[in-house]
Design a protein around this ligand. Structure first.
Ligand SMILES: *Cc1c(COP(=O)(O)O)cnc(C)c1O
Length: 387
């Protein structure tokens, strides 16, 4: 029998990290000693106290049943007190917070709650592919907002045509930004709130990297006046606590928006495994010193890579947050050329900027997910490439 895919599935671009992984695997099979700076998955493991909490919770029969769609009340309370401490924002655990099976899941399902065919979704590019995937799956129309260096990698709201803004139903934002590592200001978020109110647009802010900062703490969208009238924020334990495999995150903010996302999820999944939620409670309520350790480690890696590349004549700015270095490629090259050269001549895997959106052309993204010794090795290999 011929298996015919849906038009929507056929419309999806190939998931870039799966493509990169295939090339990486092919090089490994040929015996290459690959240094992988591609996908943003922390190389360090989940802190022991969180693992132990999970071990205990998994042995408890009360956790062996279907969880509740919005998450345990105790999980939502832990999120609320973490949020209060970190951002000085008060959230009601009853209706302003819901657990997710990772923020990718929550983001990908959000469109189903709000998008009718033809509705416009405002999407930053380059950016995380899932904002667009959800748009394709709901027959929405993506409008890509370029993130350019000259604008501090913030979208230029004035460049959005009036008729597009009027048809827009959802806007995605992501700060600290993947891949451009930029952070947002209060002034920018205030402008977003005004824009969203003017055109009736729901704002979804993806804050997956809020804790991976270096010099100063990134703010929450919900800190800005009026934000809760128009939007929600997605947070994840994945990058903060090295828990990418555990699949636990949350959405918080406007109760009607949170409620609508929960309604979609109630029909698709039956909630996050309670033992995982117990471990997440431990992560959020125990000492946060482990994150401070991770920040120190990423900072050292960041400084070694940025200084090293700049000494080799690249023109790389130091990221303020996230574990990515968004590097302009050497003059005269395209993103794909550089990714190819780095793989073929130096066995280094990185992500082509244009694979994350056309404004990413001319950049490559390095993830700081290998030890300093390997970053130094990567720099030595790059130094030997003939440009
Ligand atoms: C990694 C990442 C996420 C997803 O994390 P989950 O593991 O699904 O919680 C969300 N947004 C961005 C921008 C990311 O880079």
């Amino acid at each position: 029998m011929e298996i015919k895919l849906s038009e929507k599935l056929k419309k999806l671009p190939p998931y870039i990290f799966i493509e990169i992984d295939k090339k990486k695997q092919a090089a490994i099979d040929k015996g290459a000693d690959i240094i992988s700076l591609g996908v943003g998955d922390p190389d360090m493991s989940t802190p022991q106290h969180i693992v132990e909490s999970m071990q205990k919770a998994v042995a408890d029969p009360k956790n062996h049943h279907y969880p509740m769609g919005t998450g345990l009340l105790s999980f939502r309370q832990a999120v609320a007190s973490w949020f209060q401490k970190r951002f000085n924002v008060t959230l009601n655990p009853k209706n302003e917070i819901a657990a997710l099976l990772g923020s990718k899941e929550g983001i990908g399902h959000t469109h189903l709650a709000f998008i009718n065919p033809g509705d416009v979704v405002l999407i930053p590019e380059p950016g995380y592919p899932v904002y667009n995937t959800g748009t394709i799956f709901t027959d929405g129309v993506p409008y890509f907002m370029p993130l350019l260096e000259k604008n501090g990698f913030l979208p230029d709201l004035e460049a959005i045509p009036e008729d597009v803004a009027k048809k827009a139903k959802l806007m995605f934002l992501n700060y600290p930004n993947n891949p451009a590592s930029a952070v947002a200001t209060k002034e920018f978020f205030s402008k977003i709130v005004a824009f969203a109110k003017k055109y009736n647009i729901i704002v979804c802010h993806d804050a997956a990297y809020s804790e991976l900062y270096y010099e100063s703490k990134p703010i929450s969208f919900l800190e800005v006046e009026g934000a809760r009238d128009v939007g929600v924020e997605f947070h994840s334990l994945s990058k903060t606590y090295n828990m990418t495999g555990w699949r636990i995150a949350w959405v918080c903010g406007n109760p009607d928006i949170v409620g609508a996302i929960v309604k979609v999820k109630d029909n698709y999944d039956s909630g996050a495994f309670q033992a995982v939620q117990e471990a997440a409670i431990t992560a959020l309520t125990a000492s946060q010193d482990c994150i401070e350790e991770f920040r120190k480690i990423y900072k050292e890696r960041r400084d070694v890579l940025v200084d090293g590349l700049n000494k080799l004549g690249w023109n790389v700015t130091t990221p303020e947050a996230s574990f990515y270095v968004w590097a302009k490629v050497p003059k005269g090259y395209k993103s794909a050329d550089v990714v190819g050269k780095l793989l073929d001549e130096a066995a280094i895997v990185c992500t082509p900027g244009n694979g994350l959106g056309e404004s990413g052309e001319g950049y490559v993204r390095f993830a700081l997910t290998v030890p300093v010794s390997r970053i130094k090795e990567a720099l030595e290999r790059i130094a030997k490439i003939q440009w």
